[in-house]
Structure formats: C-alpha cells, structure tokens
Design a protein around this ligand. Structure first.
Ligand code: ADP
Ligand code: NI
Length: 218
C-alpha cells in the first residue's frame, strides 16, 4: 500500500495503546509531542512527510533502555507493524533505519542521520528533551531509575561511547551536562534550531536557580 492516512491513524492508535501510562517520560504524550514537532519542522523542509510521521510515531516503541540495552528491538517491532500494514518495503527500511539511528549515544559520540527525514525526526525528539518539558522528563526518568536529584560530589562525565553512556547511574542534574545542554548545537534544521534557543535558555535559568536554592541563597 503506498501512502495511506489510515496507516498513520492506525499506527498512532497502536502506539497510544502500547505507551499510555508509561512513567519514565517515554509515554504516549511524548510521542504525541514529537509527532507534532516533526510535522511542524517538516513543513519547512523538502521531505517525505509520510516517512517522517511514521518514524516519529514508532521511534520509541522498543527503546533500548527498557530492553536491557538491546537497540534492535525497536526497529524490529516497527518492521513487524509496518509489514502487517503493507507499507512499501523501501519505506519500511527507511523508517527502521531512522529509528535505529535516532538515539542520543553520549556527549563524545556521533548520532548522525542518513536522510533529511531522519534529521527532522531527530530534531523533533530532541526538542522534547529540552526546555520545561525536558526538565520534567529528566526528573521523571531519574525518579523512575531511583537516581539522586543532585550530588555535588559526583562530577559530570562526557561519555565517549554509547556503552559508557548507557551504563551511567549519575544523579539527574548531571544529565543536563551529559546531554540536554549539548542538544541546541546539534540540531539539523533551522526551525528546530530557533525553537531550541528559547528552551535552552530556560534550562540555564533553571540550573542557576537550582544551585542558588541548593546553597540557601534564594
Ligand atoms: P533519545 O530519545 O535521544 O534516545 P533517551 O530516550 O535516552 O533519548 O532519553 C529521553 C529522555 O529521557 C532524556 O531526554 C531525559 O529526559 C530522560 N533520560 C534519559 N537518560 C537519562 C538519564 N541518565 N538521566 C536522566 N534522564 C534521562
Ligand atoms: Ni523519544
């Protein structure tokens, strides 16, 4: 089947059912926001919107963090779903490649995307990792993993391998330096870049206030 809005609607319903109520910041509403971000960015880019929408919807269905670090589960689940819906095999391969490459893999590593569609989806996902929502998701994830909020005695590490990044159990504030504050300069599209500026400034203000309160200065 070539381009079908029915496939997009069915995919949204499938993902909503799978991820509703997830408690670590990777729930259906994360997907909903990334899907919206992706459509917004795509409107300014010469991309295949069908690929962008399906990849955005399916990008977190089998996240490595919830499958013992196995990053083949997500693309495999997406392939099964899209095959069942008779999506063109070339499109399936493209969508699964985007899902496989999408994840942030550590400060000193590359998570390059092979297509403009992939760049749009990665920007859309990363916008949801920064700003007010990014802060909320990060502390939700930290709680989910039983992490300390902050511990001034544990220094930040800039991981240069995906393995080291995945193995980190550092306090949640460290994640700002390991990932969130680095994303602004790693956006691919102009649209995402502009949106990232304000969200980045909001996080910097948050951190300033956080440290001041930590010492009882505010
Ligand atoms: P990506 O979508 O690039 O693969 P992840 O799924 O790893 O990113 O992370 C999505 C969000 O989950 C992060 O932006 C952050 O809010 C939260 N998160 C992931 N890892 C951590 C961590 N080690 N500490 C705190 N929050 C985390
Ligand atoms: Ni995501």
């Amino acid at each position: 089947m070539p381009y079908s809005n029915e496939t997009i609607a069915a995919t949204a319903a499938y993902v909503q059912e799978l991820l509703t109520g997830e408690g670590s910041g990777h729930d259906w509403w994360h997907i909903y926001r990334v899907w919206n971000n992706a459509k917004h960015i795509a409107a300014h880019e010469d991309v295949d919107l069908y690929i962008v929408e399906l990849a955005a919807l399916l990008h977190d269905i089998g996240d490595h963090k919830f499958h013992n670090g196995d990053d083949t589960v997500g693309p495999r689940m997406a392939r099964e779903w899209l095959t069942k819906h008779e999506v063109n095999p070339e499109h399936i391969t493209h969508i699964c490649e985007i899902i496989k490459d999408l994840s942030y893999k550590g400060a000193g590593t590359s998570s390059a995307m092979k297509s403009l569609e992939g760049c749009v989806v990665q920007d859309a996902d990363r916008l949801d990792a920064i700003g007010a929502i990014g802060i909320a998701r990060t502390f939700a994830y930290g709680g989910h993993k039983n992490r300390e909020l902050y511990n001034p005695t544990i220094p930040t590490q800039l991981h240069d391998s995906f393995e080291a990044y995945k193995a980190s159990t550092a306090p949640t504030i460290n994640h700002f330096y390991e990932k969130l504050l680095l994303l602004k300069d790693r956006m691919h599209t102009k649209t995402a870049n502009q949106l990232a500026e304000e969200r980045h400034a909001y996080m910097e203000n948050f951190l300033k206030q956080f440290y001041a309160e930590w010492e009882g200065l505010k």
